[in-house]
Write a protein that binds this ligand. Structure first.
Ligand code: GLP
Length: 245
């Protein structure tokens, strides 16, 4: 049943602004809320807006806890291609968040099973994710949950598909530098979030938006599972929104 709220933004920037509105509402009600964050080019205006709003005192990160969706295996935090680095540069370095309130997988951890278990435990100890931001991959991946024969429940290591490695190549010097695997939260972790905000921008996302939200729920299109979540807001720019036509 399609019951998600769909908002059409005029521009990428406005999509970020509207996503920030959703987060501001949750942060305003609960100072120590747990927010789930994503990487990629889609959320950049969203992060700019959050930084601006803290500067304007519309919101505060001083007690907020953050959980990131994923990280590449083999990249250190200081590697400019790591998601940790992305988060520092695009958000954490500019807000009042406390270091101990940031959860993001360590791409260099050898014992991945323990890392994944501890990741899930930490989210549970914090009381679960109050609001989760998502982007969407061209193949429908969310976090790094790639198309598969089943939905992965919890945090795990995942082999990246060639499609995803190609899409993310633009950030690396050579195609071979793109990591072959990543640590990602599971579909179950994402579905446990109390509220989900997905941003989709650009004409290249229209087709996957249609497949994910106007077709059957299938692990071949991981984002389609969001049709079963009771509280999803999808914010599209005009080009991505064309997928609904
Ligand atoms: C990456 C990330 C996802 C992100 C997606 C889309 O691989 N792991 O969390 O949503 O790709 O990225 P973009 O926003 O750059 O299109």
């Amino acid at each position: 049943m399609f019951h998600m709220k769909v908002i059409k933004a005029k521009t990428h920037k406005e999509a970020g602004y509207l996503a920030a509105d959703e987060f501001e509402k949750v942060m305003g009600k609960k100072a120590d809320c747990v927010i789930g964050l994503a990487t990629g080019s889609t959320p950049l205006p969203f992060y700019d807006e959050l930084i601006q709003r803290e500067k304007n005192r519309a919101l505060s990160f001083s007690s907020v806890r953050t959980v990131n969706l994923d990280e590449y295996v083999g990249l250190e935090a200081e590697d400019p291609q790591s998601y940790r680095y992305y988060m520092q540069k695009n958000l954490f370095d500019h807000i009042s968040i406390k270091k101990e309130n940031i959860l993001i997988p360590n791409g260099l951890e050898k014992d991945k099973e323990t890392l994944c278990r501890k990741y899930e435990n930490q989210i549970e100890v914090w009381g679960g994710i109050d609001i989760q931001l998502l982007g969407i991959g061209h193949n429908g991946h969310i976090g790094f949950n790639e198309p598969d024969d089943f939905f992965a429940v919890s945090t795990h290591e995942v082999k990246l598909t060639e499609k995803t490695r190609k899409a993310n190549q633009r950030f690396f010097k050579s195609p071979n530098d793109v990591p072959k695997s990543a640590i990602t939260v599971g579909i179950g972790t994402i579905m446990s979030a109390k509220k989900i905000v997905m941003m989709a921008v650009g004409g290249d996302k229209a087709e996957i938006i249609k497949k994910a939200f106007c077709g059957p729920v299938t692990p071949k299109i991981p984002a389609s599972i969001l049709q079963f979540h009771p509280n999803v807001t999808l914010i599209c720019d005009e080009a991505a929104y064309m997928g609904f036509y």
